[in-house]
Ligand binder design. Structure first.
Ligand SMILES: [Zn+2]
Ligand SMILES: [Zn+2]
Length: 180
């Protein structure tokens, strides 16, 4: 009799723990959900003016044809291009001018930076470097990302490569080594 009582007690204890577990799970879930809600309402509070500016900076209408919707952006100047203007080649997209730049030059990659899901920010400096080169010196470059699945580590690695014109190679190699 004593034994059965003990078993009941243990069973009840088990059920109690289970309930506590489920309840705390629900509480955590609700907390996370309410946090999501606040962050999405934060987004909604962005003023209409800012929103249209964001859309403009993103993919709005074609840079060359105001009325045409953008289909993609140039990998060198990042201008938005409509279906007619956007040129695709070798997995890259160009505006008409930079497709010419691409075909008239020899290109060399000067970085080969590995990023993984654990360090996605490792290549940010390359994107910033590229933007800066275009903005301040009008030097065309483009970035290609090669993805590789690492079977052993069971994750995706990406190699971010900055391509520059051969004549700029030496100068830009020095420059990017200085900032990194
Ligand atoms: Zn372009
Ligand atoms: Zn266009």
């Amino acid at each position: 009799m004593h034994n059965t009582e003990q078993i009941y007690f243990l069973a009840l204890l088990g059920i109690a723990f289970l309930l506590i577990g489920i309840l705390s799970g629900i509480v955590v879930y609700l907390l996370l959900k309410s946090r999501d809600k606040t962050s999405s309402s934060d987004k909604e509070s962005i003023s209409e003016e800012n929103l249209s500016k964001l859309e403009f900076e993103g993919l709005q209408n074609c840079h060359f044809h105001e009325k045409e919707p953008g289909k993609g952006s140039c990998c060198m100047c990042e201008k938005s291009c409509c279906e007619t203007c956007l040129k695709e080649y070798d997995g890259l997209t160009f505006c008409p001018e930079h497709l010419r730049t691409f075909s008239e030059n020899k290109w060399t990659d000067i970085t080969n930076v590995k990023t993984t899901p654990n360090n996605p920010e490792a290549a940010i400096y390359i994107y910033e470097f590229k933007k800066e080169l275009w903005k301040s010196d009008n030097i065309p470059t483009y970035i290609m990302t090669h993805y590789k699945i690492n079977i052993d580590g069971d994750h995706i690695e990406s190699y971010v490569m900055l391509y520059v014109r051969s004549q700029d190679e030496e100068m830009l190699r020095d420059k990017i080594n200085q900032i990194n």
